[in-house]
Design a protein around this ligand. Structure first.
Ligand SMILES: Cc1cc2nc3c(=O)[nH]c(=O)nc-3n(C[C@H](O)[C@H](O)[C@H](O)COP(=O)(O)OP(=O)(O)OC[C@H]3O[C@@H](n4cnc5c(N)ncnc54)[C@H](O)[C@@H]3O)c2cc1C
Length: 381
């Protein structure tokens, strides 16, 4: 689509990614949804083709693109037929790896970011704990300094890519200090003795993405795996969340767009009372509302992405984009199921999956309530 934000390069990139998604992901989406996991090899294949980390520096295997290259990536990967897989890829490319790119030393990036962007290693983000979800500042997993290493103890829950991850960008309490003051981020290797994966969790949607409980029992992590400065992890987590929330916004309206396209086709084909259902004004107006809401979500996300890409303050706009786009996505998916009638309730129709998948969007990466708390704080209340 034409837009002031995209150049010819973005269009070329979009086309090549679209072709890849059509040939190498969409045909397998069903299989991965049923297996409730994607194969590791697909990350390697994407890494070989240069699709992982499109905006990261080329020195570490990234594409060297601008922030809108990431937006194109998030949009097109989200049209692959399984938002769960898209989410897992986005965790790899933007959610779990962004702190590494932002705060990692050259050596850390060579050791950890490079194999993530080549798809050889899978990375997860470990922040949420059984007793601390929205309240990130209270997290309890400890990393106690002992000479030249930390000893990590605790547990995490709802971790995307959790069963397959080789690396975890891990939120830990290094202390001293209460709340956000004592938090740090470390890069954790899952081959470390004392680490274990608990249950692979059964979910309402996003089936092609694995979600797990993780346990840390006296795990020894070298001090050089600290990301950024000790005690400044909360800031690093929040900055990472900004990225996560922006790609989450793009993923949401892109998923909603698929639901709209399917609904439009269906409204032209499905005949009731002797005419296509799209000729009933209630249905056509629903389609018009869906298209308008998606466009508004997209433009707000583009605006926030432009601010972010140009190094301007963007916190308020990023959170507005996240809450608006994710709420739009759930409403659009709901309308799509309604337009499909009973068929929309059947698993063989993609709108059923989209409806279940997008329900996560206004919970994961910070709930809508938390987004609004942040927005209103930024408004000065
Ligand atoms: C499928 C899936 C994948 C996920 N992947 C990851 C991952 O890879 N890594 C990771 O670290 N986490 C991940 N999460 C966790 C996710 O980020 C949390 O679920 C989310 O932040 C909410 O935390 P919670 O579930 O503990 O809910 P809670 O924080 O317990 O919230 C429960 C309810 O209370 C509301 N609430 C809480 N506090 C406030 C407040 N101050 N004001 C108003 N309302 C409030 C919430 O909005 C919500 O409605 C994932 C979650 C899911 C479901």
């Amino acid at each position: 689509m034409d837009s002031i934000y995209f150049s010819e390069e973005h269009h070329i990139f979009r086309k090549s990614l679209k072709d890849f998604v059509k040939k190498e992901i969409r045909p397998y989406a069903e299989e991965w949804e049923e297996a409730e996991i994607y194969p590791r090899e697909i990350f390697k294949r994407m890494g070989d083709l240069g699709f992982l980390g499109v905006s990261y520096p080329e020195e570490y295997g990234g594409g060297g693109g601008d922030y809108f290259t990431t937006i194109v990536f998030a949009e097109e990967i989200s049209k692959c037929g399984a938002l769960g897989f898209a989410m897992s890829v986005l965790v790899q490319t933007d959610i779990a790896s962004s702190a590494l790119n932002e705060f990692g030393t050259h050596e850390q990036k060579l050791k950890y970011l490079k194999p993530v962007l080549s798809g050889e290693k899978i990375i997860a983000l470990g922040v949420t704990e059984p007793n601390h979800g929205s309240d990130v500042a209270s997290l309890e997993t400890t990393a106690i300094r002992d000479g030249d290493h930390y000893i990590v103890n605790g547990s995490k829950i709802f971790i995307t890519n959790g069963t397959q991850a080789d690396l975890i960008t891990l939120g830990v309490r290094t202390g001293p200090g209460e709340g956000e003051k004592g938090l740090s981020l470390i890069i954790f290797e899952t081959s470390t003795p004392g680490f274990s994966v608990g249950r692979k969790l059964k979910k309402m949607g996003m089936h092609s993405s694995d979600t797990a409980e993780l346990f840390f029992d006296d795990c020894i992590v070298p001090v050089e795996n600290l990301l950024g400065r000790e005690g400044e992890g909360f800031y690093a987590i929040m900055l990472g969340f900004e990225n996560e929330r922006l790609v989450g916004a793009a993923m949401s309206y892109a998923g909603a767009e698929v639901a709209l396209e399917l609904s439009l086709q269906y409204a032209k084909q499905r005949i009731q009372f002797g005419k296509p259902i799209g000729q009933f004004q209630v249905i056509s107006h629903m389609l018009a509302e869906m298209a308008t809401d998606i466009e508004a979500a997209r433009q707000l996300t583009y605006h926030a992405a432009w601010l972010k890409g140009n190094g301007k303050p963007c916190r308020k706009e990023v959170h507005m984009a996240k809450v608006f786009s994710t709420e739009v996505a759930t409403q659009v998916a709901n309308k799509a199921v309604q337009i499909f009638g009973g068929y929309g309730y059947m698993q063989e129709y993609e709108v059923e999956r989209i409806y279940r998948d997008v329900r996560l969007a206004n919970i994961g990466a910070g709930t809508s309530q938390i987004m609004k708390n942040i927005i209103v704080k930024l408004l000065g209340l």
